[in-house]
Ligand binder design. Structure first.
Ligand SMILES: C[S@@+](CC[C@H](N)C(=O)[O-])C[C@H]1O[C@@H](n2cnc3c(N)ncnc32)[C@H](O)[C@@H]1O
Length: 334
């Protein structure tokens, strides 16, 4: 076990057999990792113009325009692309924000973070590129930039939040979701659909069973009479299989504010689903914006090794305390 061990450009905060925490700028620390060293990346970068993470130099999110923000994230994800195995997956959680009138600050201070991660404003110095009140479309700007850089955009998952703080708006619906993009390096990649199968909708299940009965009766009649078999797709409903259904692209998960961290942690259920589906059982999970270590915690619970990078060593200490408070033997799932 090593703590605060500085080796070359790599700034090690903590390391054991299952967990490595590196301190510093994401691009710089990613450069210290070998090509293809990780199997799955689950991360939630600082959102554009939202907040100041402790005044640290080099933090992402305080750029003066969406274009600069997208470029900063582009540099990080170029390194992520290099360290990700060819069959690896990237799960990128991003929230959106609104253009704010010039001169006013939408950025919240280090204690003003809304625990539900629902953001209403952007632009530390005002976002001049769009008139005030415009939704900036930040997640899609980043997704398109990553596509242009060669990533394959496989899915847009909507994280629907059960519990949100009310917004003081009366001229648009209250925002209650964020995006999680699934991106890959190519068309073939590790993906375990079974690991995140979800419960079927009872109405859809009843519908499927009704069609399954009709399909079987039709097939029996066809065999007896020599008539052609099924000529439509009804049979798809009666395929034998496991219970439940393939995971949908809307994930309803409550946000779970963490007292110790004055910033937005995502609920452990979010990285848990990404890792279960997108990381092979003996794989390594990376979060280049590790914060309070929720991704590493989920990786540990699912028996994967984890690497976390963050500018702020105090956040790594929170992560270590959280993981010590909720110890689960490596390899044992929650
Ligand atoms: C939204 S928080 C991540 C929270 C994390 N998902 C969790 O659940 O704890 C974003 C993190 O990015 C870190 N950060 C900001 N700029 C960075 C940079 N250039 N390199 C590495 N980390 C950075 C911040 O210190 C903060 O901890």
């Amino acid at each position: 076990m090593t703590r605060h061990d500085t080796t070359g450009a790599q700034r090690m905060h903590y390391s054991d057999d299952t967990l490595t925490l590196l301190v510093g700028d994401a691009v710089e620390q990613l450069r210290t990792l070998p090509d293809g060293a990780v199997n799955c990346v689950v991360t939630s970068p600082p959102y554009f113009g939202l907040r100041d993470y402790g005044g640290l130099h080099g933090q992402i999110g305080l750029e003066s325009s969406p274009a600069e923000y997208v470029a900063a994230l582009g540099a990080v994800f170029a390194e992520v692309h290099r360290v990700l195995a060819d069959d690896g997956t990237l799960w990128l959680n991003l929230g959106d924000s609104y253009a704010y009138p010039p001169g006013s600050s939408g950025t919240q201070g280090s204690t003003g973070q809304r625990a539900d991660r629902t953001f209403t404003a952007a632009g530390l110095r005002g976002t001049r590129s769009l008139p005030p009140k415009n939704l900036l479309g930040i997640p899609w700007r980043v997704a398109f930039a990553l596509q242009d850089a060669g990533w394959v955009l496989r899915s847009e998952i909507v994280w629907a939040k059960r519990n949100i703080m009310p917004e003081a708006v009366k001229d648009r619906p209250t925002r209650a979701h964020e995006q999680v993009f699934l991106l890959t390096k190519g068309p073939r990649y590790w993906y375990d659909a079974e690991a995140i199968r979800e419960e079927s909708d009872p109405a859809q299940e009843a519908h499927n069973q009704r069609y399954a009965r009709e399909y079987q009766a039709h097939t029996a009649r066809a065999a007896e009479t020599g008539q052609p078999g099924n000529v439509n797709s009804v049979g798809v409903h009666s395929r034998p299989g496991k219970g439940g259904r393939n995971a949908r692209s809307v994930w309803t998960i409550s946000s779970t504010p963490l007292k110790e961290a004055h910033f937005a942690t995502f609920p452990a259920e979010l990285p848990r689903r990404c890792i279960a589906a997108g990381c092979k059982p003996d794989g390594v999970v990376l979060d280049p914006f590790s914060g309070a270590g929720t991704t590493a915690m989920a990786a540990q619970q699912l028996g994967r090794r984890a690497i976390g990078i963050d500018l702020n060593p105090a956040y790594h200490d929170i992560a270590l305390r959280r993981m010590a408070d909720a110890p689960l033997p490596f390899g044992e799932t929650a």
